[in-house]
Design a binder for this molecule. Structure first.
Ligand code: EPU
Length: 430
């Protein structure tokens, strides 16, 4: 078993470079199935969710080569079977993208119901609604989704709710359908746009990604391309908050400031200094941290994937803050862990109520999911004394080399396996 051990209370200072976006890359890697020529991805993050997507592709017959760090060549021509091995599909949410890509290429798909971080109920009814609109029939048997279409035909797809995954899956399947598809009430997240840009670079005809209406004219064949994945909005936001929580001065490079506007605006309200450049953002101390109320919203609103991190920052702000997040049923499982560290934070329905405290104290905590785990790292960096974080495999799903990046900024953080851990007992906090 692995843990992160953090000796907190050190300011983060220096420069850090953001990796490729997890939530774009997981869909783009799955989308390589739609092209029977080799595709090269640049800025492909080295995180376990991507390693896992690659394992799925390899298990189906794809040839994948790491050309250099973050540059990967995919050749999916050898895939002949439109099924993902059950045990591989059920552990991650992004395996649902194999439904759209296999349906697009083979008019057939067999993929286990997706898993992923436990944020409450995560249905796929809107994904299935899109596939049905395009002419597919579906059934679910023993935990596996089966799709079949005699032909895929462009159609009007109206989503009842705003869903990133369903919007991307609809684009993936419709990109090679016969005729014209219109997606209404589409998600507008930067990763939706990046997937559309990737598909267009291979020859797809997709317009309007980033607005709530996406129009797709189906194309028969895609060509191989080289494509660079956009920088990760949430990794950037996590480093922005980590810098703020330690009162540090950090230049965060390889970002798209436009994607960070809602995070930047809220950090400024809290009293954090933020300076924007063309492709970088500097965070610097700018006085006392102040209470703020925040509600998560689909893009361009404040992202649910930043809710645990910003709530953690607000535990150190003066006054009472309320952070509301009703996008998922249960994204507050870090709250009890933060309380172990001395935070004054309670869950009230779909919100957390936070009363700022002067300091957090290190404790032994468990990461309940990816972003909650990132929040606990931030808490550990800001806290007095030593914090141990268990279940770090959640965090490693989505943050490339987080120990190396934080260490380069001056953090005292180590990744320890349980054997090393036994040899190096944790010092008691003063
Ligand atoms: N929903 C349905 N039916 C569906 C699809 C979604 O009811 O068919 C509901 C969900 O239960 C949720 C809401 O719609 O209440 C939004 O879910 P969405 O489909 O947008 O989320 P997702 O595609 O499952 C992606 C990211 C999440 C991120 C959300 C929201 C990936 C692989 N995951 O999930 O990222 O929180 O969008 O922006 O792209 C993370 O990175 O930590 C993470 C959880």
């Amino acid at each position: 078993m692995e843990k992160f051990v953090i000796n907190g209370g050190r300011q983060l200072n220096g420069e850090v470079t953001i990796s490729g976006a997890k939530n774009a890359a997981v869909a783009i890697v799955a989308a390589t199935i739609l092209c029977d020529e080799p595709v090269i991805l640049e800025n492909c993050p080295q995180i376990s969710d991507i390693t896992f997507c690659m394992k799925i592709l390899k298990s189906m017959g794809a040839d994948i080569k790491l050309l250099s760090k973050n540059r990967v060549r995919f050749d999916t021509a050898g895939i002949i079977n439109p099924g993902v091995p059950y045990e591989m599909a059920r552990v991650m949410r992004a395996s649902s993208y194999f439904l759209g890509t296999l349906l697009g290429r083979f008019h057939e798909a067999h993929v286990a119901l997706p898993g992923g971080c436990d944020l409450g109920d995560r249905p796929i009814d809107q994904h299935l609604k899109a596939f049905r609109a395009l002419g597919a029939q579906d059934s679910i048997d023993a935990g596996e989704v089966h799709l079949h279409a005699d032909s895929l035909v462009g159609s009007l797809i109206y989503f009842d709710i705003n869903s990133v995954g369903a919007t991307i899956n609809a684009m993936l399947a419709a990109a090679k359908a016969d005729g014209y598809t219109v997606i209404e009430n589409a998600a507008k997240e930067p990763h939706v746009v990046d997937v559309a840009n990737f598909l267009n670079s291979m020859g797809a005809d997709i317009m309007g990604a980033g607005t709530d209406t996406i129009k797709i004219r189906g194309v028969k064949r895609f060509r191989g391309v080289e494509y660079s994945v956009i920088p990760d909005q949430i990794e950037a936001g996590t480093f922005m908050v980590a810098a703020a929580a330690t009162k540090g001065n950090v230049l965060i490079k390889n970002v798209i400031p436009k994607h960070l506007e809602s995070i930047t605006a809220n950090l400024r309200k809290i009293g954090v200094g933020v300076e924007e450049f063309d492709d970088a953002i500097r965070i610097y101390p700018n006085g006392e941290l102040k209470k703020t109320n925040i509600r998560t919203m689909p893009h361009p609103g404040f992202p649910t994937d930043m809710q645990p991190q910003i709530s953690t920052l607000l535990t150190l702000a003066s006054g009472a803050s309320v952070v509301t997040d009703d996008i998922f049923d249960n994204r507050f499982r870090y709250v009890n862990e933060l309380r172990r560290m001395g935070a004054d934070i309670v869950v009230n329905g779909k919100a957390v109520i936070i009363q700022g405290v002067d300091r957090l104290k290190g404790a032994s905590v468990m990461a309940p999911d990816l972003r909650a785990g990132a929040a606990l790292i931030i808490a550990g960096l800001a806290a007095e004394g030593t914090t141990e974080i268990g279940d770090i495999h959640y965090i490693e799903r989505g943050y490339e080399d987080i120990v190396g990046k934080l260490s380069s900024l001056g953090a005292d953080i180590k990744r320890i396996t349980i054997d090393d851990f036994d040899k190096e007992p944790i010092k008691k906090n003063a």
